[in-house]
Design a protein around this ligand. Sequence first.
Ligand SMILES: [Mg+2]
Length: 258
Amino acid sequence: MARPAAVFFDVDFTLIHPGPRFQASGYHATCAAHGIEVDPRRFDAAVKAAAPLLDPHDRRYREEVFIHFTRRIIEGMGGAGTRVELAAREIVDDWAEHRHFQLYDDVPAALDALRGAGMRVGLISNSHRSLSSFAAHFALDGLITGGVSSSEHGYMKPHPRIFQAALDLLDVPAGEAVMVGDSVAHDVAGAHAAGMRAILLARGVTPPSVPEGVTVIPTLADLMDAIRREEGRERKAEGKGQKADVEGRRKKEGRKKK
Ligand SMILES: [Mg+2]
């Protein structure tokens, strides 16, 4: 494959990360306002334990999935009582607001480089945050062609349909697109199932078990190089293939002459 026509990005923990509203202190404050006692020190373990709830079997987007996930975090921090549901709903509602998130520093230059090299940029997100106002809010105007969020689309990553919807939106065949994201299960596996290539972004963490052949980058500053390296590798493979074809033909012809 030549240079990709489009590069799609996951949003949460790839382009932006949640601020204090969705960290231990934010959960603690919301719960306190509802008279619920929680232990902020149990936050990380509670998030980890609740994470499987974000993978419903049918991959259908439902707000209840996120409320259940958030409720379980509060309970994992020791919260109990009838108001836990209310606190969870409040937190999930706020997850829809850009202002509670921060852009990673390496994003503007990475998107700029892709656009400069003639690639279109798309977004594929499992959240219910509006992607149409994403670029304006984070001062990325003109850098993003379009995006699909699971709340509008109906399916969540890794369902291949949401990837296909994004490909259709940008009018790019799967074979000419690359997905970049921080989740092997959602971004990499989903992209592969839809026929796209994928690059895993492992920000400050040891990469998990990565499918063979998938490039891992530590920051988006490494993205352009990774794309160029993949182009080079493919050209080499194509070159070898052509050489083998020529040699095979020569041998065949040689045999015919004898
Ligand atoms: Mg993510």
